[in-house]
Design a protein around this ligand. Structure first.
Ligand SMILES: [Zn+2]
Length: 144
């Protein structure tokens, strides 16, 4: 069953590629769906926009980048996370998918550089310990 928001997203061509194909096939095979799509197009042409339609046009239904970041970290209320999941996975909003991919890449890069820093710190720590123990041995060669 394809919902109206998905059909509207299809009309806006804002669905993910696989989803576009899926909807297109469904429209071809289901006369009912074609009828619903015709109605939606007619409503749009007459200027009868649902709030959802207007929001979609202005991308107000797209979560902010901060919200996407929280979503990525899993630091978000369930209902908000569910909305974002619906928005990205079911509607397949390309804009947000790209945004999320970018955030993931940045988070990964940050994690890697943090890991590098930690590794460098560990090396520096070992060197310091080594040097201080060498120093002790050299300054006090006959200590037992
Ligand atoms: Zn979006």
């Amino acid at each position: 069953m394809i919902s109206d928001p998905v059909l509207l997203a299809y009309l806006d061509e804002s669905l993910a590629n696989e989803k576009m194909v899926e909807v297109e096939l469904a429209i071809r095979n289901e006369p009912q769906l074609r009828q619903r799509l015709t109605q939606l197009i007619a409503q749009r042409d007459v200027g009868v926009h649902s709030i959802g339609d207007i929001w979609r046009r202005h991308r107000l239904s797209c979560p902010s980048r901060e919200a996407l970041g929280s979503f990525l970290l899993g630091a978000m209320l369930d209902q908000n996370a569910q909305y974002i999941q619906f928005h990205i996975e079911t509607l397949g909003c390309r804009y947000c998918q790209a945004n999320l991919e970018d955030l993931k890449a940045k988070a990964k890069a940050a994690e890697e550089s943090a890991a590098d820093t930690r590794a460098a710190e560990a090396v520096a720590r070992r060197r310091k310990i080594f040097q201080s123990s060498v120093g002790r041995i050299q300054s006090n060669p006959r200590s037992s």
